[in-house]
Design a binder for this molecule. Structure first.
Ligand SMILES: *Cc1c(COP(=O)(O)O)cnc(C)c1O
Length: 373
């Protein structure tokens, strides 16, 4: 039976509306809407506890958090980063007048390839900004060893890395700073917002000043800060979402398993290896459409869309192909062969709590090429 109900790549997780009403009532009673109010303080602590970190600063969104993280560490000159990410990664560098230097990715995890970083270091290099793509942890030790050797800072774009572990424990504490996003499309969302995980209270304090226009007290401004504050509504919603996140993560794990069972034997379809239970958050379900599949990636993409299924070519195009980046020497295709190859084959399939087994069957059937009419 053919159903025309649309299936999107993701659907934001929303708890029952009535659970949010008491939070709103409190905001209405207290009339504190922003500026580190009571929900902001509570959410900051609850999130520290959940993520297993000591210090973090809440932000209005992940992009402002990335821009501010670079400011907080006074990064200048050149920063080594990946072309295989959401465009905000590199944009945060341009907003700071920093030149991105693109380095190719690993063919298995699609994360920055540490063996290629050294060749891209110049006297102007001041930091490395890798991404834990699809929540798969980077080679944090190898990257840190290079950074230590060349006296570079490491700022992770950890937008995908909510609640993931790596072999050496908490992936969010393996760097100078890590930035998460809680945008509506992410595993954990507060409508919009984000955070910077900080190693110590002094760094957190500087970041808290920078996100509040640079104010350190009512009359003293120490830096050209920005308005990056998280509002009370977002913080309250975050507190509520934390109560539901474990269940949402385990539902995602089940969906991941069903896809692997259904797609694992199809010639030319490669289900990207997950980081493994406990380590993964199942934020995405990426597949590679290889050359021995019956159709090209774009043909499969259109076939799914014709059935009202809306996967995402994520990440395509590469950041380095956008007009503000493509004239950089490091943006040349010859410098980024693995990233270019992956971007031409990648497809992220629908995954979110509430995606039903029947809906998953519809997706799998199109990829298998069964005629179910
Ligand atoms: C979502 C995302 C961002 C931006 O976060 P926002 O909260 O939407 O500003 C940055 N980097 C990556 C890799 C992302 O996926």
């Amino acid at each position: 039976m053919r159903s025309d109900k649309p299936i999107y790549v993701t659907q934001p997780h929303l708890p029952p509306l009535e659970e949010f009403i008491p939070y709103l009532q409190k905001i209405w009673e207290k009339r504190i809407l922003t500026n580190a109010g009571p929900f902001h303080q509570q959410f900051e602590q609850a999130l520290c506890d959940y993520l297993g970190v000591k210090h973090l600063a809440l932000f209005a969104n992940g992009t402002i958090a990335l821009v501010t993280a670079l400011q907080a560490l006074r990064i200048t000159g050149e920063v080594i980063t990946t072309p295989y990410s959401f465009v905000a990664t590199a944009h945060s560098l341009l907003w700071n007048g920093i030149k991105p230097v693109f380095v190719d990715i690993r063919p298995d995890t699609f994360n920055l390839d540490p063996t290629r970083i050294e060749a891209a270091i110049t006297p102007q290099t001041s930091a490395i900004m890798p991404v834990h793509v699809y929540g798969h942890p980077c080679d944090v030790d190898a990257i840190q060893a290079i950074a230590d050797n060349y006296n570079l800072r490491v700022i992770y774009d950890a937008a995908h890395a909510f609640s993931i572990q790596c072999h050496c424990g908490n992936v969010l504490t393996h760097s100078d700073l890590s930035v998460l996003s809680f945008h509506a499309t992410k595993v954990f969302n507060t409508f919009e917002s984000g955070t910077i995980v900080c190693p110590d209270s002094k760094t957190k304090q500087r970041i808290d000043h920078l996100k509040n226009f640079g104010f350190v007290d009512k009359v003293t401004v120490v830096a050209p800060g920005i308005n990056g504050k998280m509002s009370e509504i977002n913080a309250a919603f975050g507190l509520l979402q934390l109560k539901h996140i474990d269940r949402a993560l385990s539902q995602r794990m089940d969906i991941d398993r069903i896809y692997r069972e259904g797609l694992g034997t199809i010639k030319g379809i490669y289900c990207v290896a997950s980081a493994g239970e406990q380590m993964a958050n199942y934020a995405y379900f990426p597949i590679l459409v290889e050359s021995d599949y019956r159709f090209t990636r774009d043909e499969l993409y259109e076939m799914l869309r014709a059935q009202n299924i809306h996967p995402r070519r994520y990440f395509y195009p590469l950041i380095s192909d956008f007009p503000m980046y493509r004239s950089l020497p490091s943006a040349q295709r010859s410098n980024l062969p693995v990233a270019a190859q992956v971007a031409s084959r990648i497809l992220c399939l629908p995954i979110y709590p509430g995606l039903t087994a029947e809906e998953q069957d519809r997706v799998i059937a199109v990829i298998q090429g069964e005629d179910r009419a």
